[in-house]
Structure formats: structure tokens, C-alpha cells
Write a protein that binds this ligand. Structure first.
Ligand SMILES: Nc1ncnc2c1ncn2[C@@H]1O[C@H](COP(=O)(O)OP(=O)(O)O)[C@@H](O)[C@H]1O
Ligand SMILES: [Mg+2]
Length: 455
């Protein structure tokens, strides 16, 4: 493993003091996933004080960044003592960005951030050394942490910028200083905190405040408030993907199959045909957005498109699995990771396209929608879904307005609903499980797995 930071570099970046010279090969904020040679940053947060876990970090072979030295810490521990670990995480992230000589891409949007980030990782990595955020690390600690992990010998870096409240995007964008930005979608996720879709668009648009001079802004041409997104891009080069007449990239045709699609797309002045091993028109448009961005950066398009064949579904975001039941198989569409209105619509579309004797949707509440919640839930079209299970009070209201023949079961929690879902399953079924993370829809996936006949 190559050295990521020396203690001298850490001191220079943070203004801290190293107890002894050392170097680290990684950065971690969680002792449960720490590796020998990591720098453990002892953050103080809602989940406790990292300083309480210093001993286990050191025992695991890590060095540590701290702002206090707990009693009993060995005198020879490799410590970097700073004024405040959270502030130092940011300044170290900024230092990582400052020394990075490659190209940085930042992705935001209401849905599709992690998908696009992983698609871009997949494309860039087929060209050159690439660093990308782990999982959905996209907030005020996830983004700086991602930057601190950025090796200098890297050509491309892909980060994700998320927000729950207004004002969170711009500081992260200024920390990342992207050469290119991608806004995937403008939807209604987190509308409860933001108040309106216009406010969501305005918030997402502030990602452009971090864009470097001469940067590239890739925008969803069909999004509500496109004009606002365009205006916020200022002098940047703007490229648009979507169906709008003026779009720079569009899908010409999509051959859908249950497990993926073959897409023909026009990207700037090139027409390409490529394979995507994840189903759904929403995944296809994410892919086209990513291809437009990499083409905008000057990469070879056929090679980039071919790389997308290596993109696989992310756990909880549309992973399809066959489950053996007594008498035959059923198909599980695991979307248990999260839900917002556009994501549920997209997942229902995938369900409609699956081969099945019965199509079943197990839907949990979409959270953080505030006053818009009831209407957003009522807006879901479930008319051609054979059977619906509802988890939570908001989806329960939608469920109550369904014809009795579609109503398969309802409960306030996934724990309470899971047994009924498991009992309902038959060979030939296709079952979508989707809901906000807080609804713990994974419990239902586990119950379906348990109903399966073990191989
Ligand atoms: N362009 C899109 N339109 C609608 N839904 C999408 C789109 N891209 C992804 N999704 C769905 O949204 C959910 C979250 O996807 P993810 O890529 O993790 O987004 P984010 O990181 O923005 O939360 C998944 O269910 C995924 O299938
Ligand atoms: Mg994400």
C-alpha cells in the first residue's frame, strides 16, 4: 500500500502536532472498519465521541487524529493532535483537493447520485486510476472524508454531494472544486425540509458555485426549473441530456429486458449502442448522462460505453434475485435501500417489465416529504400492479384508496408486515420491495429470503 499522508503533511495541512513521525495509507472515522496503517479521525457526533474508541483504533494498528488525549493512551501512540477534529477533517480534505492534479467530478441530484457516481467510477477506471466516494458518503463529513482518501497518483476522482437542508450543497461544492458537475434529476426527495421543488432546484444549482473556471456542467434537460439550473451554471460549458429538443445527448432506442437493456444513444455528434446490465429507463438515462459528461471531458465514447457493461446493480437499488419456493421460483426486486416519488415510479416501471404471473409491490412510506407527503403518495400509479402491500401510515392512505382486489396487506412497521408478505408468495411472482431507509424494508427482504428453500 502506498503512503497517503506523512505526519509532516498532516501537520502542514491541519496545523496540528504529531507526537512522533509516521505515515498512513488510509483514513477512517469508524473503528469497526479500520485497517492497519489508517489514520483514525476521532470525530465527535450524534453517535458518540470517537475519542472513546481511540484505544481500539491504536490496537488495530492505526494512527489517530485527536483533539484530546484520553487517559491511558500509550506514550508511543502515533497521534496528530489538532484543535478540533471535525475542522481538521475539512482542512485535510481541502489539502487533498489542493494537491490533486487530476480531474474531479461532482454528482448531485434528487435521485441517481450514487448510481451515476458508480457508473462514472466504472467508466473512468477503464481509462485511468480512479478514486470515488464509498457508498453514499456525500454529506458534511462524507465528502471531506472521501477527499482525504484521494491518492495523489489518481487521474479521476468522483464525489457525491447530497443535502437534507437548504444551504448544505454550496460549502461542499466549494470544498470539492469540481472540474465537472452532473445534476442527475430534480425530484421531490427531502421536499419536507426544502418546502418546494423550486427550492430543491435552487439548492441543487448551488453545486455550480464550486465549479472550476472553464468547467463543465451537465444538466437534465427535461427537469423542472431547468432554466434555473442553466442560469446557475454561469460561464461554464453546459451540456444537456434528456428528451428536450435542444438536448446534447438522448436515448434513440431502448431494448428492454428483465435484467438490463441495450441502448442506442446520440451523444453530441456520435451515435452509439451499448449494453447496460441493469433494467429500467431511469438507469439508461443515468448512463447517457454519464457518457455525455465523459465525452464532454474528451474521453473516447465507444470505450466509455463499453465499460458500462461492467456496471452492476447496487445492493438495495434494484438487485434482482431468484428465490426458490416450494414448487418453483419467484423473482425479488430489492429496492429496499431508499425511496422517493421518482424512484418508486421508476421501480414500478421495472416491475411492470418483469416476467411474472403476479406482480406484487411491497411499498413503505417515502419519508421527509413534509406537507407534500400525502399527495406524493397518492400520486403513485398502482393501477396495473396485481397486489399491493403497504408499510407505514402514508402508504397506508394510498393503500386505502385501492380496489379491494389489489389490497394484500398493510401494517405500520416492516416487522409487522413481513410475515404476511412471506405467506403470500407463490412461484411465478415478481415482488418489488421499496421504501425509505427509515421504514426498514430490508426486514421484508429478509423475510422473503427466509421463506425461500435453502439451496
Ligand atoms: N434517474 C432516475 N430517476 C428515477 N429514479 C432513479 C434514477 N436514478 C436512480 N433512481 C432510483 O432512486 C433510488 C436511489 O438511487 P441512488 O442512485 O442511490 O440515488 P441517490 O444517491 O441520489 O440517493 C434507487 O431506487 C434508484 O433505482
Ligand atoms: Mg446516494
Amino acid at each position: 500500500m502506498s503512503v497517503l499522508w506523512t505526519s509532516a503533511e498532516l501537520q502542514a495541512a491541519t496545523g496540528g502536532h504529531a507526537s512522533t513521525p509516521f505515515s498512513v495509507t488510509g483514513v477512517s472515522i469508524d473503528t469497526r472498519s479500520i485497517a492497519p496503517g489508517d489514520l483514525f479521525i476521532a470525530l465527535v457526533g450524534d453517535n458518540g465521541d470517537g475519542h472513546d474508541h481511540l484505544a481500539s483504533a491504536l490496537a488495530a494498528g492505526a494512527a489517530a487524529m485527536v483533539h484530546r488525549i484520553p487517559n491511558g493512551t500509550p506514550a508511543d501512540a502515533k497521534l496528530l493532535v489538532v484543535g478540533d477534529t471535525f475542522t481538521a477533517l475539512h482542512t485535510l480534505g481541502a489539502a487533498a483537493r489542493a494537491r490533486f492534479a487530476g480531474t474531479l467530478v461532482a454528482v448531485t441530484g434528487s435521485v441517481g447520485k450514487t448510481t451515476a457516481k458508480e457508473m462514472l467510477r466504472c467508466i473512468f477506471a477503464s481509462f485511468c486510476a480512479t478514486h470515488a466516494a464509498e457508498a453514499s458518503l456525500n454529506n458534511h463529513w462524507g465528502l471531506p472524508l472521501t477527499l482525504t482518501r484521494l491518492p495523489t497518483a489518481t487521474t479521476f476522482c468522483v464525489v457525491e454531494i447530497g443535502m437534507n437542508h437548504a444551504g448544505e450543497t454550496a460549502p461542499l461544492a466549494r470544498l470539492a472544486r469540481p472540474h465537472a458537475t452532473l445534476i442527475t434529476t430534480i425530484g421531490t426527495a427531502h421536499i419536507g425540509h426544502l418546502g418546494s421543488q423550486a427550492a430543491i432546484a435552487a439548492e441543487k444549482a448551488t453545486i455550480q458555485s464550486g465549479l472550476t473556471i472553464g468547467g463543465l456542467s451537465v444538466l437534465p434537460a427535461d427537469a423542472p426549473y431547468f432554466g434555473l439550473l442553466r442560469a446557475a451554471s454561469g460561464p461554464a460549458r453546459v451540456l444537456r441530456f434528456g428528451n428536450a429538443a435542444a438536448a446534447d445527448a438522448r436515448i434513440l432506442s431502448l431494448d428492454a429486458e428483465p435484467a438490463g437493456s441495450t441502448i442506442t444513444a446520440r451523444i453530441l455528434d456520435e451515435t452509439i449502442r451499448f449494453r447496460l446490465n441493469v433494467p429500467g429507463a431511469h438507469m439508461a438515462i443515468n448512463a447517457v448522462a454519464c457518457l455525455l459528461l465523459v465525452r464532454g471531458l474528451g474521453l473516447d465514447l465507444p470505450r466509455a460505453a463499453a465499460a458500462l457493461a461492467g456496471f452492476a446493480t447496487l445492493a438495495g437499488r434494484g438487485l434482482q434475485r431468484r428465490i426458490a419456493l416450494p414448487g418453483g421460483e419467484m423473482l425479488l426486486l430489492d429496492e429496499s435501500y431508499n425511496a422517493s416519488t421518482s424512484a418508486v415510479r421508476a421501480a414500478l416501471d421495472v416491475l411492470r417489465g418483469l416476467p411474472a404471473t403476479r406482480r406484487i409491490a411491497v411499498l413503505g412510506d417515502m419519508l421527509e416529504m413534509g406537507a407534500a407527503g400525502p399527495a406524493e403518495h397518492q400520486s403513485l400509479d398502482l393501477s396495473d400492479i396485481d397486489h399491493v402491500f403497504a408499510c407505514g401510515p402514508l402508504m397506508g392512505e394510498r393503500y386505502a384508496s385501492l380496489p379491494a382486489a389489489q389490497q394484500a396487506g398493510q401494517a405500520l412497521t416492516s416487522d409487522a408486515l413481513a410475515p404476511a408478505v412471506a405467506r403470500f408468495l407463490r412461484p411465478g411472482d415478481a415482488v418489488l420491495v421499496k421504501g425509505s431507509l427509515g421504514m426498514k424494508m430490508k426486514t421484508i427482504v429478509e423475510a422473503i429470503d427466509a421463506a425461500g428453500v435453502s439451496a
